[in-house]
Write a new protein. Structure first.
Length: 626
């Protein structure tokens, strides 16, 4: 029995030892796993967890960077600067329970607004939040002082610097520079991954929008430690200084811009001055214009609504976004096509009796009966004879060749100017008409197209580029408004914009020489010789009168020219002026063009130019001229 008991005890001891061993192994295994996890969290993944911990324990406030300044081509005095201003923020969670209405009412009194404005920005659903909400921007320093003196009665209220855009040069510069505004929800969705936030100020139109990423700069940050409820602790903030945006130097010359603005005057229309050898825009005027500074106020929405509802559409940049029939300026393209194709001899003459019968219609030349008489190509262009171009367009070119040459000059295509929006214009074809109207292209359509009427549509910039192609003898450079990008601190040039060929034609040089000769002859002996007379510089160019309504006696007035005629392209400028038909008829485009050219090359103001040209006491012409 003793042996059996001993054996049982021995067997039982062995069983217990096995169980203990298993328990010990489990404990060691678990402990080892914990050690490995701890090692992984602290060593291998430590930086990630420390970053997460820091983000949870701090609140980061974005410090907006000042936008870069914008200068004209002389880079002397900025046209757009930043002005110090303040914004009022409210953290609703810092307001003691039950005191929201009292604080909101007092703050509204200080800001001179209705309490409902604050209630709309701080709905009930966020009144325990510790996130700052902007209540008002562009707040004067005197208001900030009053709030500071009563800050004990305004828990949760704070203020910060928020620079606003100050447009020194307004007027016609509004369509070039554009304006800025608060980022919208739709814009934020598209731009969030580019570093923008819901408090960002972004360009809305013009250069401000086109080069927003350059002007933005790099925002800074202010990090402060908060407790679990989001309340600031006493530790000093960690500040990362914001970096100002890049400064932009435009191609625009402020002196020429003012000259063009005064030459166009209070007439609905557009004017542009272009350097043909580089594509640089020296001036761009669209009337009516507006004052961009109105968008810096809290009533910007109302200001925009008022401008948008104006029947004269001051927000429209007519130089690049409005399209018109090119009228007789199109005869430059027609003449080039005739010479290049050799389809009609320049010496051959066509008789203009003032009328042309075709089908069941009678087409009337602008001069009326008895007409121009017999005209060769040179005089057909100089006198802008419709009968000459109706005949040659219909019988010697045809619609397909006319369309092809129009596109050769850039019509119906994007000119790729550095603005957020611009029209491509339109060049019709028989196929287009059949698809659009289910009608066959007729000979009458070709005749209308031959004199720049009908379906063809262009912007004033297209017409200016057409003339630039003549000056450059077959080259068109991409028109642009940005000249240089500069560092805001050192003023060093970061990027200089180089000329870029947009299109190069293979038309023979002899054709361009002839076209230039004809355009000079048009000024000295053609229909516009009186308004274009100039003793300072030789001018070459072409007028155009676009009929809007034969019943209301309304016409668009065009003129496009370049000068000096006898200089290389590097020394020349192209000027294009359009006066819309809604203005009282005065055939002003050629006069305005001559004033602009006189002012540029004689370095004169508008008043000095009209005095020199003898236009000071000019009486408005009566009736339509071509």
């Amino acid at each position: 029995m003793e042996f059996n008991r001993s054996w049982i005890r021995s067997g039982g001891s062995t069983e217990v030892n096995v169980k203990l061993l298993i328990i010990v192994v489990i404990i060691i295994t678990v402990f080892t796993l914990y050690l490995l996890k701890l090692f992984s969290m602290q060593v291998l993944e430590g930086s990630a967890y420390r970053s997460q911990s820091a983000s949870l324990a701090s609140r980061v406030k974005i410090l907006p960077a000042q936008r870069g300044e914008i200068y004209d081509r002389n880079a002397a005095i900025p046209m757009v600067v930043n002005t110090d201003s303040f914004a009022i923020d409210l953290i609703p969670g810092e307001i003691p329970p039950g005191h929201y209405d009292t604080v909101a009412a007092k703050l509204a009194d200080f800001l001179g607004i209705d309490k409902a404005v604050i209630d709309k920005k701080i709905p009930v659903s966020i009144r325990r939040s510790f996130s700052a909400v902007e209540i008002r921007s562009n707040v004067p320093f005197t208001v900030i002082t009053n709030i500071a003196e009563n800050i004990t009665d305004l828990p949760g209220v704070s203020w910060r610097s928020k620079p606003i855009r100050n447009y020194v040069e307004t007027g016609s510069m509004s369509h070039i520079v554009g304006y800025v505004g608060d980022i919208t929800k739709e814009e934020l969705k598209l731009m969030y991954n580019k570093g923008y936030s819901d408090n960002s100020i972004v360009g809305k139109t013009g250069i401000e929008r086109q080069y927003d990423s350059l002007l933005q700069g790099q925002p800074g940050t202010e990090s402060r430690t908060v407790d679990v409820r989001g309340r600031y602790l006493a530790e000093p903030p960690v500040v990362k200084t914001p970096q100002m945006g890049k400064n932009l130097i435009l191609t625009v010359d402020s002196r020429i811009q003012r000259l063009v603005e005064e030459a166009l005057g209070p007439r609905i229309g557009a004017a542009v001055v272009l350097k043909p050898a580089t594509g640089e825009i020296l001036a761009m005027v669209s009337y009516p214009f507006y004052d961009q500074n109105i968008f810096s106020s809290d009533e910007s929405a109302q200001a925009y609504s008022k401008l948008a509802s104006d029947q004269n559409n001051p927000l429209l940049n007519r130089v690049v976004n409005a399209t018109y029939p090119p009228a007789s300026t199109f005869k430059v393209i027609m003449t080039t096509a005739l010479l290049s194709e050799g389809s009609f001899s320049p010496e051959a003459k066509i008789e203009c009796s003032g009328l042309l019968e075709y089908g069941d219609r009678t087409f009337k030349c602008h001069i009326g009966v008895p007409g121009h008489g017999y005209l060769d190509m040179k005089n057909g262009l100089a006198q802008s004879c419709n009968v000459y171009y109706w005949t040659t367009g219909r019988d010697h070119l045809g619609v397909n060749l006319i369309s092809s040459y129009a596109k050769e000059f850039g019509f119906g295509q994007s000119l790729k100017i550095d603005l957020p929006s611009h029209s491509e214009g339109f060049v019709p074809t028989p196929q287009w008409k059949e698809r659009r109207y289910h009608e066959r292209w007729l000979g009458g359509d070709t005749m209308s197209m031959s004199i720049g009427q009908g379906y063809t549509l262009v912007t004033p910039l297209h017409v200016a580029n057409m003339m630039a192609m003549v000056v450059n003898k077959g080259k068109i450079y991409r028109p642009h408004l940005l000249k240089e990008v500069r560092d805001p601190v050192s003023n060093a040039v970061i990027t200089a914009i180089e000329p870029e060929i947009l299109h190069e034609s293979h038309i023979e040089e002899s054709v361009w020489n002839t076209i230039q000769e004809y355009l000079r002859y048009t000024i000295t002996d053609g229909s516009a010789q009186y308004p274009m007379h100039n003793n300072t510089v030789q001018i070459a160019g072409k007028s155009g009168t676009g009929e809007v309504s034969q019943y209301k006696n309304q016409w668009h007035s065009w003129f496009v020219a370049y000068a000096p005629y006898d200089a290389p392209p590097e020394d020349a400028v192209v000027v294009c002026v359009l006066v819309e038909a809604v203005n009282p008829w005065e055939w002003w485009a050629p006069y305005a063009t001559n004033i602009i050219i006189q002012g540029i090359f004689a370095n004169q103001t508008y008043d000095e130019a009209i005095e020199t040209l003898g236009f000071k006491y000019l009486k408005k012409p009566v009736g339509r001229q071509e």
